[in-house]
Design a protein around this ligand. Structure first.
Ligand code: ZLM
Ligand code: CA
Ligand code: ZN
Length: 393
């Protein structure tokens, strides 16, 4: 028995489009749009919807997508026949050029609608922040950070984050983009590489073994020319397998804390990719829901407006857990929720067979070996602090 009330002094909005769920990348493709519905169910099961403004979001228009993406790319995305249909013999090289089709970015039925819905959610979230009608706007259907202006990449076709940040730049002087997906946020970094109004900071798995997309080394800090305003405005935090909550939390607070001090962002765009959680099908880290959520909690302490996007996350039940927990952080009931969850497993008593209802430990699997030395993490912090010496907002 508990009451969920609206947070005092600020507004949280939740932007969701139920029509994203029926879209399919293919049965065995790791990206599962139903994780968004799973998240929403968990959020409403805990009554969190009563503490927020809930919006069923609209579809982004062609013109809106065109504010970042090129017309030739959008036109092809719009008309490309699904995989199972005969290929268009008049456009044999377009799919190669735009990286459409194939296993990472398949052409599935309703693809253009799915992309416009994801972008629509993120744009709605950005507009609510611009209008001051929301202080924390949540768009779990967005966060597709790899898409380029004329190219699909890594399960991403339309870069809803870039579109949302372009919207924020109309009303705020400086935007801080933070990316805790296990992959490098290359598309967003590239889009704002030459401006000092957006600082991007991605934490991701990087080398020594190959890991997608392969960019985002410690020395990638923006254009090398000091005459380019974007110099020193790209921050990258390359990590190795098995990083823990404790290490990640320390890195995050010392890096983001320093960025906040030097860059003085007016608004934060936080990509909350859940593939950085332990037990993710594609990820390599050992973060727990609490450690992942601690990043959102820390950002919230700056007291500036924030958009929270989704992103990766390939073990749907863990994605739903993380994003529901992060929703509870946004509305300030995370401590309450933590007390409720342990008591909310009544079915466990009734089912003796563990295989039917695995324990959390079984779900998460064995932790990965931690290959991040304290020494290396200290070097990373040192390097970032040196970069930030050049930044004065
Ligand atoms: N092969 N099926 C993260 C985007 C990661 C590129 C190596 C494809 C997969 C993966 C697709 C069913 C975000 C690469 C991989 C096999 C070339 C990636 C389809 C399994 C499957 O079983 C699969 C037939 C598929 C794709 C694994 N792809 C794992 N990793 C990466 C892209 C996106 O989380 O950051 C944001 C949403 N692609 O490594 C290959 C080089 C394609
Ligand atoms: Ca990242
Ligand atoms: Zn990812």
């Amino acid at each position: 028995e508990y009451n969920i009330t609206r947070p005092k002094g600020y507004t949280v909005s939740y932007h969701f489009n139920p029509d994203m769920e029926p879209h399919h990348f293919g049965l065995t493709h790791p990206m599962k749009p139903f994780r968004l519905t799973l998240t929403k169910s968990l959020v409403t099961a805990y009554g969190m919807n009563f503490a927020m403004d809930n919006y069923n979001t609209r579809i982004a228009t062609y013109q809106e997508l065109n504010s970042f993406h090129t017309s030739d790319y959008l036109d092809y995305l719009h008309m490309a026949p699904p995989e199972e249909m005969p290929r268009d013999i008049d456009n044999p090289d377009k799919e190669v050029k735009f990286n459409l089709g194939g296993s990472d970015c398949p052409l599935f039925h309703g693809l253009y609608d799915y992309c416009s819905m994801s972008a629509g959610s993120s744009l709605d979230a950005a507009r609510k922040i611009c209008n001051k009608q929301s202080d924390i706007a949540i768009a779990w259907g967005g966060g597709l950070h790899h898409a380029k202006k004329s190219e699909a990449s890594g399960f991403c076709y339309i870069n809803d984050i870039v579109l949302a940040i372009l919207q924020l730049l109309r009303c705020y002087p400086r935007v801080l983009y933070i990316d805790i997906d296990v992959h490098h946020g290359d598309g967003v970094e590239e889009a704002f590489y030459s401006t000092d109004r957006v600082m991007t900071c991605s934490f991701h798995k990087f080398a020594p073994d190959v890991f997608f997309p392969g960019t985002g080394g410690l020395d990638d800090n923006g254009p090398k020319s000091e005459h380019n305003p974007g110099a020193h405005h790209a921050i990258n935090v390359p990590l190795n397998d098995g990083i823990t909550d404790e290490q990640y939390g320390h890195l995050f607070q010392s890096i983001i804390g320093k960025i906040n001090e030097k860059f003085r962002p007016s608004v934060i765009a936080l990509q909350c990719g859940a593939d950085s959680l332990a037990g993710d099908r594609l990820g390599r880290f050992n973060l727990q829901v609490q450690g992942h959520g601690a990043c959102a909690k820390f950002c919230k302490t700056f007291g500036i407006p924030m958009i929270m996007f989704g992103g990766g996350g390939y073990t749907p039940r863990n994605v739903a857990r993380a994003w529901a927990y992060e929703t509870s952080v946004a509305i300030d009931i995370d401590e309450k929720i933590n007390k409720i969850i342990p008591d909310h497993t009544p079915w466990r008593k009734h089912f003796v067979q563990e295989e039917l209802f695995p324990s959390l430990e079984q779900i998460l699997g064995d932790p990965r070996v931690n290959r991040n030395s304290q020494k290396r993490l200290q070097e990373i912090i040192q390097h970032v602090h040196e970069q930030l010496r050049f930044v004065n907002a």
